[in-house]
Write a protein of this length. Sequence first.
Length: 308
Amino acid sequence: MTIIAVLMVVGTGCSVGFGQNSRKNWEKNIAQETVQVEGLEGEYTLLFLTDTHVVIKDSEVSAQEAEDQESRYPMFVNAEGVPAEEQFPEWIQYANEKKVDAVLLGGDIIDSPSEANLQWLKEQLEVLDMPYLYINGNHDWTYPWEYMTDMGRERYLPLLEPFMQGNTAFQRLNLGGLVILGIDDSTNQVDAQALDRYREALMDNRPVIVMAHVPFMTQSALSKAVEAWNSPVVIGAGNFGGIYPNEESEKFISLTTAADSPVELVLAGHVHFYDRDVIEGEKNVLQVVGAAGYQGNAVLIHITGTEN
């Protein structure tokens, strides 16, 4: 893994927000990963971006929502003081200029499902010249006052369906000889509705990349999470005071790390730090956790074949 830094100039943001009017220089921190897959024909380059937490301010909202916007907006800026809403269009431009094969959005791209956030998101993704895969984070479809509630799930989660192939639990993107699968684990457990389709997709006889929001247990992710959050916020770390996997999550981990699993890479976010380690099982599977996008971070992934 290598990390490169690119100095960028940020524009004035989206018309539906109240972004800063001055242009600022800021630095993109791009971790580069190369994954070699035996027997894969062709090469693929993927841009993975997670946890941008974009907040688009809107004056025509309730007092409760306005207060949330005002308190959350200043939290998501990079070291140069550029807010997430102004950084994200530059990532879109970067993807188009690099002509990546796909953009992978690992959840918490927007900080809440507000009308302004969703409209902004729609406008941004329409600019992409390539396909994208978008999965839920724990913020994309929740508000602090409706965090993981049944009402929140019924009212707000469906608003993300247009960005997720009409299904917020499971998404699939076929790239020639490579399959990319999106799994919803935004509630700290794998969504039961995704399991059957996941199991079926693994039988496709093509190498697979999986994207989830909450990371799965690795020794490195566990220790970093404890240090960063004072809690092992990874799925599978129950014995260490963290998240015990339920039946669905256990099945997902078992399928992913089975001896004959076609999964070559798991991508995750949520914890706002970069990590690279293996999920242990019958087959050890590489997991790359992306650092927070609002801090100017992304991962450029190169997938190549190997010589037989």
